[in-house]
Write a protein that binds this ligand. Structure first.
Ligand SMILES: Nc1ncnc2c1ncn2[C@@H]1O[C@H](COP(=O)(O)OP(=O)(O)OP(=O)(O)O)[C@@H](O)[C@H]1O
Length: 449
């Protein structure tokens, strides 16, 4: 039994396969660690060199040359540039240490090499090359240890599709939306839009634009009350409203969500099952006519010059889980038919639900939605009901969105490898009224013309 103090382990083991010669130990213990400080050494060398050159050319006065160089740090641009460069070196040292403690060192003392550092709103994104003898999946398996060693929120690793030895690594340091105010919708000032274009709907964690292309796809939105479903849906309604060739129809069980858009909608049914069923039947009959025309023209899907009809369903639960079984089953049959066949005919459906559960969104219906957007949900199951079974266990759960962070969720697009965490843009009621008025005016113009 051991006695005395427990062992103190400040340095990770060095699994060296190379012959234990003096040269090998010099490389491992001196040259490689020193190499990680090369930026600092270079800076020191430049300052000493400047001092020496100044002294040689100008005598004692010239010794002040390094101070002149350092005074350039008063310029914010230079300071930021130098600070960023040194911070890059510091990050590489921490990465080196983290990888060694996480056991990612190969038998000849190599670790995943950082090729590029990009600063992003959540932290840093690294491009990393795996050393020979190791794979990206080993790095993936060590993310928790790396995050703990780097003292950050998390590490996410994604293999580059084109090369097995390259990976994109996100070092997540902060929540980019923690105290951020609403971000305005980029198309707000557009006089007119075309719904065939990708519609901007939010920003992802690295600040990249997230878009949705509605024709050919349906969108399902789910999340707890006040999560931001209406705000997310509003952007697609706004884009449709600004395209005067788009017909808008809606089901609004709460009578509130679509009220501001009334001037742009052709038909809206409220909380009456008979009205909702009649509306769906009329839309399906229009869709059948489009299919007939497409068959006559030998078209397999609706061409991009065609008119679209967007069907908006707010509070899906009211209709799909209605206590009247006969009406509910009739409604569900019609909705499944519309969602399944509508996409190819230019009849996309945008549906939102407050209580994502299997009785509200049956799998047979959910699977027909090409886009699924899970805003903050109470449980992992609720999140999986929207995104699809299994995503929560892979680390993609809308239940992890911090409580009270409005408009943040996970968006999964058809054919996309994994859901994207993003925050939707936001249109205030005044902005909605402005867009709705413009949309109504555009529609009047089209109908007059
Ligand atoms: N993307 C966003 N950016 C900033 N604030 C937002 C965003 N989305 C929603 N909010 C805020 O959250 C509030 C609730 O949003 P919203 O009405 O869209 O939620 P909801 O999920 O539709 O709620 P409910 O289920 O009760 O209808 C809004 O009034 C707004 O203040």
């Amino acid at each position: 039994m051991g006695v005395g103090l427990p062992p103190v382990r400040e340095l990770p083991d060095i699994p060296v396969r190379a012959p234990r010669t003096a040269g090998a130990w010099l490389a491992i213990l001196v040259i490689r660690p020193a190499w990680l400080w090369r930026r600092e050494y270079l800076l020191g060398l430049v300052l000493v060199g400047a001092g020496a050159a100044g002294w040689w050319r100008l005598g004692l006065v010239g010794l002040g040359l390094p101070l002149v160089l350092l005074s350039s740090l008063a310029v914010p641009g230079t300071r930021a540039l130098l600070g960023g460069w040194l911070a890059g070196g510091r990050l590489k040292r921490r990465w080196d240490r983290g990888c060694r403690f996480a056991g990612l060192t190969t038998s000849n003392d190599r670790i995943p090499r950082v090729l590029k550092i990009q600063r992003v709103p959540v932290g840093e994104r690294l491009r990393v090359r795996m050393p020979r003898g190791s794979t990206v999946s080993e790095l993936e398996a060590a993310t928790e240890q790396l995050a703990a060693d780097l003292r950050i929120r998390g590490v996410e690793v994604r293999r580059e599709p084109s090369r097995a030895d390259l990976a994109s690594v996100l070092l997540r340091r902060r929540d980019p939306w923690e105290s951020a105010g609403p971000v305005p919708w980029p198309w707000l000032e557009r006089p007119q839009s075309r719904l065939w274009e990708p519609v901007p709907v939010g920003l992802d964690e690295v600040g990249d634009l997230v878009t949705l292309t509605l024709p050919g796809r349906n969108l399902l939105l789910g999340g707890e009350p006040e999560a931001g479903k209406s705000a997310a849906m509003t952007q697609l309604i706004a884009a449709a409203a600004l395209d005067p060739w788009v017909t808008l129809v809606g089901l609004d069980a709460k009578r509130l969500e679509l009220s501001l858009w009334q001037p742009c909608f052709d038909q809206v049914a409220f909380a009456k099952m008979d009205d909702a069923i009649a509306l769906l039947e009329s839309v399906i009959s229009d869709m059948d006519s489009v299919y007939e025309r497409m068959a006559a023209e030998r078209l397999r899907k609706v061409p991009s010059y065609a008119r679209l009809t967007v069907v908006v369903v707010d509070e899906l639960r009211f209709y799909t889980a209605h206590p009247d079984r006969v009406a509910r089953e009739h409604f569900n049959g019609l909705l499944i038919d519309l969602v399944a066949r509508g996409r190819a005919a230019g009849f996309p459906v945008v549906a939102a639900t407050q209580k994502p559960s299997a009785d509200v969104v049956p799998t047979s219906l959910r699977d027909l939605f090409g886009y699924r957007w899970a805003l903050r949900s109470n449980t992992r199951d609720a999140s999986d009901t929207i995104l699809g079974a299994g995503w929560a266990s892979l680390g993609h759960s809308a239940a992890t969105v911090p409580v009270g962070t409005r408009g943040v969720g996970l968006l999964l697009g058809e054919g996309q490898a994994e859901p994207v965490r993003c925050r939707s843009f936001y249109l205030s009621d005044g902005e909605v009224e402005g867009v709705a008025a413009r949309g109504a005016e555009l529609r009047r113009g089209v109908r007059r013309g």
